[in-house]
Design a protein around this ligand. Structure first.
Ligand code: ASP
Ligand code: ASP
Length: 373
């Protein structure tokens, strides 16, 4: 299926604002959204019913809203499980291959911990310990690993690598971040956190009741502001695509050189969410924001340190920023942060990023249960 975004031309409207900045209002750039490679389902891709059993998760758009609700609901059950009994044996005898060709603390450790808390085992593979160092192709590596394991979790520096690996395999592959492409499990844990925080932060209780209707109700009319490196940040690519299917307003705030890619904007816009783009994080934006999603400027994606230095401090969230936000708003960040949120914000109850991080393990437990269950 093809979607052709509104053929309106991009407009930059410079409006003077009280803090000396200007706001850039845009219409969706002209962009033809090609079907995502990952939705051209190879044998282990999305299956027609709402079960996730045996499916890979490469791109967030491949999931139905019913599947997303099931993942969140199962995540709530996993939070409950961990809180009450720590672990179970539901994936006893199953093996996860954790293949990370880029650094990671949270994603890697939370997937591994998730598998272990469900009674499964993990083989960890990295670039230097595998035959990639000898020149083996990714396809051959995962084809080999799937003969030993039941599921592969892959992080790779190249966008599209996860789709390529999934196409080479018969067993499920979970994309743990492919270059500047996507980070779908992060988007799911972000949604889990947003729904939980917006419905009173009751953790497992609220999210365990997730349904398509309750998700739509929790998100209806909410304003989610994404700020920072929207060009290279894969977490915001997946999250914008995911939120785009709900009745939310997305505000994209970034330096001009780090704008959200047109293709992501078009996918986010096609299901009816509205969006605007801005260069300044103004007081009026902060006042209307329900969720402020802050991102790191992705240094590793820049061609030169000079280019990075020009934008690295574009947005820094401080207690003064929080003072302009509503009492019920929340600040999120996929972490790691490298200066874009002042640690003085951490004690503010609206700082949700450490709760968000903790939710990662529950959501990854849910994914493993549903894919291998
Ligand atoms: N949160 C990032 C990840 O996806 C980085 C980190 O964990 O250190 O892995
Ligand atoms: N941990 C997230 C990722 O792996 C965000 C980041 O690294 O800035 O994409």
């Amino acid at each position: 299926m093809q979607f052709v975004a509104s053929p309106l031309r991009q407009q930059f409207v410079a409006t003077p604002l009280r803090r000396g900045g200007y706001e850039v209002a845009t219409t969706p750039p002209k962009c033809e959204v090609k079907p995502e490679v990952t939705n051209v389902a190879p044998k282990n891709q999305k299956i027609s019913d709402d079960s996730l059993r045996g499916s890979s998760l490469v791109a967030i758009s491949a999931l139905t809203t019913a599947q997303i609700a099931t993942i969140l609901k199962t995540g709530g059950a996993m939070q409950e499980l961990v809180t009450t009994q720590g672990a179970d044996e539901s994936l006893k005898g199953k093996i996860l291959a954790s293949v990370f060709y880029e650094p990671s603390t949270r994603t890697n450790c939370s997937f591994q911990a998730a598998m272990m808390r469900l009674g499964g085992n993990v083989i960890a593979v990295n670039e230097s310990s595998s035959s990639v160092a000898k020149g083996e192709t990714l396809s051959d590596t995962v084809r080999c690993l799937e003969t030993y394991c039941d599921v592969v979790v892959l992080r790779h520096p190249r966008s599209g690598a996860a789709a390529e690996a999934a196409a080479a395999m018969s067993k499920p592959l979970l994309n743990a971040g492919d270059g500047v492409g996507e980070h779908p499990s992060q988007a799911l844990l972000d949604l889990y956190t947003i729904v939980d925080e917006l419905t009173g932060g009751r953790g497992s209780v609220a999210v365990a009741a997730a349904s398509e209707e309750s998700l739509a109700a929790a998100l209806k009319g909410k304003v989610v502001t994404m700020v920072g490196d929207l060009k290279n940040g894969r977490t915001v690519h997946s999250l914008a695509k995911l939120l785009g299917r709900f009745d939310v307003t997305l505000l994209f705030v970034s330096p001009m050189s780090l704008r959200m890619p047109a293709e992501v904007v078009a996918i986010a816009a096609r299901d009816g969410s509205s969006h605007t783009e801005h260069e300044m994080l103004t007081e009026s934006i902060l006042k209307e924001t329900d969720i402020l999603y802050v991102t790191r400027v992705q240094k590793e994606r820049f061609e030169s340190v000079e280019e990075y230095d020009k934008v690295k401090d574009a947005f820094i969230i401080t207690p003064d920023t929080l003072a302009m936000m509503r009492p019920d708003a929340r600040v999120m960040h996929p972490l790691p942060r490298v200066g874009e949120i002042d640690p003085a914000c951490d004690s503010d109850p609206r700082a949700a990023y450490f709760r968000q991080m903790a939710n990662g393990m529950y959501v990854r437990m849910a994914l493993l249960r549903l894919v291998l269950g």
